[in-house]
Design a protein around this ligand. Structure first.
Ligand SMILES: [Zn+2]
Ligand SMILES: [Zn+2]
Ligand SMILES: [Zn+2]
Length: 344
């Protein structure tokens, strides 16, 4: 995450809606990746707050132009939002939007093409933020699991609840579980789906992650019954990554996004001179390792758990390098022409 500033020079947070110094209303503009001032007189303002911000207070992104009441770029990707007659759902949705905006920021700043499924039926991206009967007796489904299928990322909104998330984390013996982590992971599945016909990527994938044709349901069943592969750390970034090549890919993709976003923020805060984006991956990993161990020490001195739990060996580093290659392929892909089609 880079540092943002108001027009008056005051630093802003990614979630800011107002500048404390000059009192201006502000919002994030995804086309320039900067904050813009929203004038009090909306009729003459070049930017308008997204209607999910105006009506529900869950968005601080802006739309360009004088039209009032439209959704911002990122909110247009929503297909289902939770039932807002339950006030707690408004808060949960707000948490999901914050995480989704962070995901989008990283993807946009990496030049990854993003088109919603309303514009592009076959390969566009949509989000379903759903309840199940664990949080709502009247919900249609007894159990909604977080996942991706055919361009739709589904998140069970219960994941926004810190207690429920901590319970799931403990049940699966995970060391890291967050909304942003979920969204990054699922976006990895989506982008693989998008590039499924790209033979060059498929060959590289198979070499590093294994055959994607291994029976997925059986593999996951075995993972939940027997746990991770023995000595999983020799080949995978997380235990879950050892369940199936697709999960390995999504965990690796997610970790790559953690890495570049974490490094960018660290550079912004003066923790490192490493810019994160321009240097070779090996430099980034080394810089991130140093920062992480310092952050872990800081956390321990405050009596909280380590913030960073991953160790990156050579094979995992090679997989992370493939994510970089994959993103470069994405940057030159024309989504409107079809999955995996390069721009000419
Ligand atoms: Zn200001
Ligand atoms: Zn919005
Ligand atoms: Zn997955």
């Amino acid at each position: 995450m880079i540092g943002f500033k108001c027009q008056c020079g005051q630093p802003l947070y990614f979630e800011s809606t107002r500048c404390d110094a000059c009192g201006s209303s502000v919002g994030f503009d995804p086309s320039s990746l900067t904050f813009k001032t929203i004038k009090n007189d909306q009729a003459v303002s070049d930017y308008q707050l997204c209607s999910n911000g105006t009506n529900h207070g869950v968005c601080n992104w802006v739309t360009k132009g004088k039209e009032i009441g439209s959704l911002c770029f990122a909110c247009k990707f929503n297909r289902f939002i939770p039932n807002l007659s339950n006030p707690r759902n408004l808060w949960r949705w707000g948490e999901l939007e914050k995480a989704k905006k962070r995901l989008f920021f990283t993807l946009l700043s990496q030049g990854v093409p993003l088109i919603d499924g309303w514009q592009l039926k076959k390969n566009g991206l949509l989000f379903d933020f759903l309840e199940d009967q664990r949080s709502n007796d009247y919900a249609l489904e007894p159990f909604v699991s977080t996942g991706h299928a055919n361009g739709v990322i589904t998140i069970n909104i219960l994941e926004a609840e810190p207690v429920a998330r901590a319970a799931e984390k403990a049940a699966h013996q995970e060391k890291h579980r967050s909304l942003l982590g979920h969204l990054r992971h699922e976006s990895g599945h989506y982008f693989w789906y998008l590039m499924r016909d790209n033979q060059y990527l498929k060959n590289q994938f198979e070499r590093l992650f294994g055959s994607p044709d291994i029976d997925y349901d059986l593999a996951l069943e075995s993972y939940y019954e027997n746990g991770a592969q023995t000595a999983w750390w020799e080949r995978y970034i997380t235990p879950y990554a050892s369940s199936h090549p697709f999960e390995d890919w999504a965990e690796t993709w997610s970790h790559y996004l953690h890495l570049i976003d974490g490094l960018e923020t660290a550079a912004q805060l003066g923790f490192t001179e490493e810019e994160g984006l321009s240097q070779p991956l090996g430099h980034k990993l080394k810089a991130w390792e140093e920062i992480s161990s310092r952050l872990d020490e800081l956390n321990r001195s405050l009596g909280v758990t380590d913030h960073y739990h991953f160790s990156v060996n050579e094979l995992v580093a090679e997989k992370l390098g493939f994510v970089k290659t994959f993103i470069q392929e994405l940057q030159t892909t024309d989504l409107m022409r079809g999955a995996g089609q390069r721009l000419s």
